[in-house]
Design a protein around this ligand. Structure first.
Ligand code: SF4
Ligand code: SF4
Length: 199
């Protein structure tokens, strides 16, 4: 069980909050610590992800703990929490900024490499996960089972994305610099230290 402690306002540090505000993320310090976000979050149900604890560490100024943690990578931006939060804290947007800050400090490690692989599929095929990836992640014949199921449903083994749509995706990736970022991640240059379980 967590040790109970009193947070003194004069001990709080605002650097992560200031950075988030600079990027337009609002209302973070209005968190009531009610836990409604955690209770409604699908990622929290299956992992150690707990936004209430993250925000507490943000308020205390535990920057390295927050930015080096694995948990900030568990949110998948479904925005369900924002509909439950009584203070309308912009949780997913704040997580986006925390991730960017983490990357700028060299954190992200293995998680970013997995994201880079799925992004590379997106660049080449227009879909992020291919049937063959399932066997890499969990080699139990999942690829064969999926191809069989798709055949039964009258679908090709891999979802086909039209040349036109692929061309449009490529333009978006080039214009936003996404292609270059993925290339850097896959080549292992620049970032990243491994992340750790902290919560
Ligand atoms: S639901 Fe909102 S107010 Fe409640 S703990 Fe989560 S962020 Fe804070
Ligand atoms: S947006 Fe992220 S934090 Fe909010 S409910 Fe969805 S997974 Fe959880």
């Amino acid at each position: 069980m967590d040790r109970v402690s009193v947070l003194l306002a004069n001990k709080w540090k605002w650097s992560l909050l200031d950075e988030a505000k600079r990027w337009g993320v609002q209302r973070i310090e209005e968190c009531l610590s009610c836990g409604a976000c955690v209770g409604s979050c699908p990622a929290a149900r299956t992992s150690s992800y707990n936004f209430r604890k993250i925000i507490r560490d943000v308020m205390l100024g535990n920057e390295e703990k927050v930015l080096s943690s694995r948990e900030i990578w568990y949110c998948f931006y479904c925005f369900y929490c924002t509909s439950k939060c009584p203070s309308m804290v912009e949780i997913p947007y704040f997580i986006m900024r925390l991730r960017r800050m983490a990357m700028e400090r060299g954190y992200g490690g293995g998680i970013l490499r997995v994201l880079a692989l799925t992004s590379s599929n997106l660049l080449k095929h227009g879909v992020s996960v291919l049937p063959s990836d399932y066997d890499k992640m969990n080699p139990t014949g999942a690829e064969e089972a999926m191809v069989k199921l798709r055949k039964k449903l009258g679908l090709p083994p891999v979802m086909k994305v039209s040349e036109k749509a692929l061309g449009e995706l490529k333009t978006i990736f080039e214009e936003t610099g996404f292609e270059g970022e993925v290339g850097k991640l896959l080549s292992g240059k620049g970032y990243f230290k491994e992340v750790s379980e902290k919560y």
